[in-house]
Design a protein. Sequence first.
Length: 210
Amino acid sequence: MEKFTTLSGFAAPLPMVNVDTDMIIPKQFLKTIKRTGLGKHLFSEMRYKNDGKLDFTFVLNRMPFKDAKILITGANFGCGSSREHAPWALMDFGIRCIIAPSFADIFFNNCLKNGMLPIVMGERDTAEMMREAHDGKEFTIDLERRRVIRPNGAPVPFPLDDNARHMLLNGLDDIALTLAKTAEIDTFEDAQKKTQPWLYPAPPPAAPAP
């Protein structure tokens, strides 16, 4: 997983509340288990017209927001079903950070597990940042110091627990975090085999050669 330390770029303003995962990536695009190729379907029902052409009234279809790395949106973002394809689609489009007053819990955790940073920001700060984003100004996300640097240079702190921050800074998913403890796991198992050998039955004999 790619490390997340600092991120600078345009922020796309999406002034909508209760954006659910079916809006983020509609159900008909959930047939794949690959994390790539979903970006073109992100917000499909809002990005495309009935004839399949781009709807340039939607923010992510316009410059400079089509190159946005940050999304600023309303409360309860990512509600609805728990599909992990939602953060996959956002990541594949190029968005690595979402700023909102609140998130659905499962979506929030799915973002962290996929290297994306969801930032919970107060309503007032979110509204002010959204106005600045409309002007096409760039933001910087400083995860090391847990702060958003607004276009005017003002830093705004955000909360994030130490474990989530550690995983993002070091590019660790749950599996990588476990593998980092391989030596400790091996030591534990070696000791347990001596005190509780019945937990480690001998493997069955190999089948005779034909």
